[in-house]
Every structure is written in C-alpha cells, then in structure tokens.
Design a protein around this ligand. Structure first.
Ligand SMILES: NC(=O)c1ccc[n+]([C@@H]2O[C@H](COP(=O)([O-])OP(=O)(O)OC[C@H]3O[C@@H](n4cnc5c(N)ncnc54)[C@H](OP(=O)(O)O)[C@@H]3O)[C@@H](O)[C@H]2O)c1
Length: 335
C-alpha cells in the first residue's frame, strides 16, 4: 500500500516534507497548496507537484497569474489518505474542521497547540503513541532537538532533572519583513519558556527552559545541564549520543567553531543545507558535580522532516519504530 499524502502549505516545512515523501517507497505525494502564485508556487509546479489553492476563493488569482491550479484544498482532500498541515502557526487548528469533514487524517506542526490533536509526536520517544491515530502534531524544531537528545540520555542513564537554555535564531532566512537587527530578546521574558512543557507532551522528564532570540537565521543553539540518575562519565555520554544516527557529533578541532561553520559543512552535504540531525559539539560534553553539560545546534527548517515521515508510518501502522527510522534515515541520507 502507498499512502497518498497531500501538503497544505508549501512553505519552509511543507516543501521539505513534499520532497522527503517523494523519496519514500510506501508513500506518494498527491498535491501541494499555496495561497498565492509566487515563485515558490511556480517552483512547486516545475518540480512536478500538482498545485491546489489553499484558500478556495483564490483559484482566480492563480488563473490570472497564468498558473492554473488543479483545484482547491477540498479537491485535494478527496484524493489523499493524509494531509500534512504546514500552514503558519495556529492556522492549522482553523483548518482542522475541513479535514474532519473530509474524513482525512492530518499531521500538524509545532506551531499548533497540543490540545488540537490526539497526540504530540517525536519518533524516538513516543512513536507507538501515534499508531492508528487520526490527528497528530509533530512537535517543534526546538522540542524535537531537545527530545531526541534527552530521550537518548534518559534511556541509558535516567534523568533526575534538566535545565536548558535556548538561543533562538530570530527568523528563517527568507523572512524579510520581520527580524531582530541589533539586540538580544528574552523570549519570553518570564521563566519557563514554552519549550520545557512542550517536551513534556512527548517525554516524561523534569525540565525547565529559558529562551533568548538573537539576530541570526542559521540555527538555534541549546545549552543543557542534565542530572542523570546513574553515575556517568563524559565518555559514557559521548558513546550514548554517538550511537543515535539522528544525532551528529562534531568537534571544534575539526573546524566546527560556530553555527556558521556547521552550515558551511551542510552546504556541501545536502540540498538547501538541510541538517536533519541534532548537531552536538563533542568537545562541549563534560561532567561537573554530577551534572552533564552539553551544547547542540538545531537546523530549524529541516530537523522535523524525518519525524514527519515516521509519523505517517505510525498513523497507518505500516512499520515499527525501528523499521520506520531505518527507512527514513536511509532515504534522507541520515547516519
Ligand atoms: N520554519 C521553522 O523553523 C519551523 C520549524 C518547525 C516547525 N515549524 C512549524 O511548521 C508550520 C509551518 O511553518 P513554516 O515555517 O513552514 O511557515 P511558512 O514558511 O510561512 O509556510 C507556510 C505555508 O502555508 C501557506 N498558507 C498560508 N495560509 C494558509 C492557510 N490558511 N491554509 C493553508 N496554507 C496556508 C503559505 O502559503 P503562501 O506562501 O502562498 O501564503 C505557505 O506556503 C508552523 O506550525 C511552524 O510553527 C516551523
């Protein structure tokens, strides 16, 4: 069986999901939507994706621009088994009644509230919770990055508590209308940031987070202090993280001195410099007074793509967690 997938919102996340689905043998991409006929819409058509209007009364706007669509989102919903809602945050919840009416399963993204769905999802920690479900949310880029790393450490050593600080890229590279040019913004100013509670929607762990936005578009950076249940050494932690393919260890000795260098490396590695892996500085892993210290960088635009592929297999009960991860990792070149 090939699961028929549609993408509602061919933006930063949507276009990456469309490309990743196209690489899977057990899935096919039926169509993608846009609200306007800009260069992104033209690129989608050039790549061979069937284009639909995300907002039904915009069909004429596409026609006038010489980029006719195949139909509206409602027409697309008639042809798919599952829709990946990649609309801007909070719009997914507004779109949900449309999916319910069409009786189509839906995957939502991290910009939606946990209460919108039956279950929040992060492959490593709770793949089985999404099995057979109709409405699932793949947690955000920061939450995915935190959850992968904490799950791996928790499995091997247990965790008593976590304190984590997120240095967040202010916007994605394409966003020219908003941005922080000169300053550091506590975001939110109050403690905790939403990231810790969001991790707790997928992983049972004692965590408190703070977050700051800085004027960069490349990646987020996380500084974590983790108190494990077992006595461990820095080498134990390195070994634990090194065996998880979705975590990539890098070293300053190898020239990875900043997120700029990590992205320079990724420019050689992948289309759009996508980095699906958590990028952990091996040299940052240390122990002090029973606490693990570790620093990681997260490529916000692509980190959730493997999870968006795994969640389809979970929702349609196509594979176990291990089988799904193996296929997703192989097709996306992870590990
Ligand atoms: N970017 C990240 O770093 C990141 C990381 C993880 C998770 N997420 C989450 O992923 C989701 C999408 O974010 P994004 O960064 O991909 O946003 P984006 O780049 O702004 O893309 C949003 C897409 O949704 C379309 N759209 C607008 N209104 C719509 C509607 N009413 N119905 C359907 N589609 C609509 C837009 O089309 P037009 O351009 O034609 O208007 C655009 O293609 C959000 O929940 C976000 O929180 C984002």
């Amino acid at each position: 069986m090939k699961v028929k997938v549609g993408v509602n919102g061919y933006g930063t996340i949507g276009k990456r999901i469309a490309d990743a689905v196209s690489l899977q043998e057990d899935m096919e991409i039926v169509g993608v939507t846009k609200t306007k006929p800009d260069f992104e819409a033209k690129n989608a058509v050039k790549k061979g994706y069937k284009l639909y209007a995300a907002i039904p009364d915009r069909v004429e706007v596409f026609e006038k621009a010489g980029l006719p669509v195949e139909g509206t989102i409602d027409d697309l919903l008639e042809k798919v088994d599952v829709i990946a809602d990649c609309s801007p945050g909070k719009i997914g919840a507004e779109n949900k009644p449309r999916y319910e009416k069409a009786n189509v399963k839906a995957i939502f993204q991290g910009g939606e509230k946990a209460g919108t769905v039956e279950v929040s999802f992060s492959t490593l920690s709770n793949y089985d919770a999404a099995r057979g479900k109709n409405y699932v949310r793949v947690v955000s880029c920061n939450t995915t990055g935190l959850t992968r790393l904490l799950y791996t450490i928790k499995e091997d050593f247990g965790i008593k508590k976590v304190r984590a600080t997120m240095i967040r890229r202010v916007v994605d590279p394409k966003e020219d209308k908003k941005g922080l040019v000169n300053g550091i913004m506590p975001h939110p100013v109050s403690v905790p940031s939403h990231h810790g509670p969001d991790v707790q929607t997928v992983l049972d762990v004692n965590i408190t987070t703070t977050a700051f936005k800085v004027p960069t578009t490349l990646m987020h950076l996380h500084a974590l202090n983790i108190v494990p249940e077992k006595n461990v050494t820095a080498d134990d932690v390195k070994g634990s993280l090194d065996k998880e393919p979705r975590i990539m260890l890098v070293s300053a000795d190898d020239g990875f001195t900043s997120t700029a260098k990590v992205i320079e490396y990724a420019r050689e590695l992948r289309l759009r410099y996508d980095l699906y892996e958590n990028v952990v500085w091996e040299d940052s892993i240390g122990m002090d007074d029973g606490e693990i210290y570790v620093t990681q960088a997260i490529h916000q635009e692509s980190i959730v793509i493997p999870e968006n592929i795994d969640v389809v297999r979970a929702m349609f009960d196509l594979a176990s967690k291990e089988e799904s991860m193996k296929i997703t990792n192989r097709t996306l070149g992870i590990g």
